[in-house]
Design a protein around this ligand. Structure first.
Ligand SMILES: [Zn+2]
Length: 278
C-alpha cells in the first residue's frame, strides 16, 4: 500500500481528455438523484466503473491495497465505505449509499482485495467485501455527512498516516511498524486480514523481490568499496546501475514498492544507502 493523493484531481485533469471529469460528475449527480428516488443502485454501476481511467491515471493499473499489477486480472472500483449492507454491524446498516457516486470514496482495487476469498495454501480468509469496522462503533454514520466523525479500522491508501503504519518482515509477511500503539496495531492486523495482504502468493512475491533487492545491495556495496580504492569510472557506472535498480523497485508505480522501500531502508548500515535512500 502506498499513499495515493488524488482528491484534488489536478493530475487527472491534466492526463484525461478535456471535460472528461465534468461530464462524469454530471452522470454521477444524475445517478445519485435516481438512486435517492428508489431506483436500484446496481443499474448505475457503470457510473463508478467509468471512473476507472481516472484512478488508473494516478499510479497505473496497480491495486492500491496490495500493490499487485496482475495484468490479466480485472480491477475494480472499490467503495472504501461500502455502498451496500455492512457485514458485522448491528443494528443492520444498509451501507453508505450517499457515497456510492462520490469519487472520494473510490479506491482502485484488485478482485483479491475487494472480494472475500480463501487462500488454500496457508488456510487464510481475506477480502474486504462489505466490511467496514470502526474503532468506536458508536460514531457510525447513518446519514450523509456524519462519516467525518468515524475512525475506520481499515487502513486507507488515501491517508498518508495510515500507510506509514504498515511494515513487513524480511520474509515478506506484513506487520505493523514497531512504534505502533495498541489501536494502530489492531488496525494493521485487521487491514492485513481484510485486504488479504498475507495471502501466500503475495508473500512469495515479496520473498522473491527481497532476494533480488539483497543481491543488488550486495553488488552495489562491492562496487562502492571497489570504486573507493580504484576510482574507476566503469566501476562507478556499475554501482549507479544497481542504484537505479533499487530506485525503480521503490518507485510508487512498481509492484510491492512499500515492501521494497522498507527493505532497502532496513539496510541503512551501508553508508551509501543512508545517503541516497533515507
Ligand atoms: Zn489488491
Amino acid at each position: 500500500m502506498r499513499y495515493i493523493d488524488y482528491f484534488d484531481l489536478k493530475r487527472i485533469r491534466c492526463i484525461l481528455p478535456e471535460d472528461w471529469l465534468e461530464e462524469w460528475l454530471v452522470k454521477a449527480k444524475d445517478a445519485e438523484e435516481q438512486v435517492s428516488l428508489g431506483i436500484d443502485i446496481d443499474k448505475y454501476a457503470q457510473v463508478w466503473r467509468d471512473f476507472k481511467p481516472a484512478l488508473e491515471s494516478i499510479i497505473g493499473q496497480k491495486c492500491w491495497y496490495c500493490e499487485t499489477i496482475q495484468p490479466r486480472s480485472d480491477k475494480e472500483v472499490d467503495h472504501f465505505r461500502p455502498k451496500k449492507t455492512l457485514l458485522d454491524v448491528i443494528p443492520k446498516h444498509t451501507g453508505y449509499i450517499w457515497l456510492a457516486f462520490n469519487y472520494k470514496n473510490f479506491r482502485y482495487s484488485c478482485q483479491f482485495c475487494n472480494k472475500i476469498r480463501t487462500d488454500k495454501v496457508n488456510n487464510t480468509k481475506g477480502g474486504k467485501g462489505s466490511y467496514f469496522p470502526l474503532i468506536d462503533e458508536s460514531k457510525r454514520a447513518w446519514k450523509p455527512g456524519d462519516e467525518v466523525s468515524e475512525k475506520p479500522k481499515l487502513l486507507d491508501p488515501c491517508v498518508e498516516e495510515d500507510v506509514k503504519l504498515l511494515d513487513f518482515n524480511e520474509d515478506g509477511t506484513p506487520c505493523h511498524i514497531p512504534s505502533a500503539n495498541a489501536d494502530d496495531q489492531d488496525r494493521v492486523k485487521i487491514s492485513i486480514q481484510r485486504y488479504h495482504l498475507h495471502h501466500s502468493a503475495l508473500v512469495e512475491d515479496r520473498k522473491r523481490l527481497a532476494r533480488d533487492l539483497e543481491q543488488a545491495i550486495v553488488d552495489a556495496e562491492y562496487f562502492f568499496q571497489t570504486f573507493a580504492t580504484q576510482q574507476d569510472q566503469k566501476i562507478l557506472d556499475k554501482f549507479q546501475d544497481k542504484l537505479k535498480l533499487l530506485k525503480t523497485a521503490i518507485n510508487i508505480t512498481s509492484e510491492y514498492s512499500l515492501f521494497a522501500e522498507r527493505y532497502v531502508a532496513g539496510k541503512r548500515n551501508y553508508d551509501w544507502i543512508a545517503l541516497v535512500f533515507i
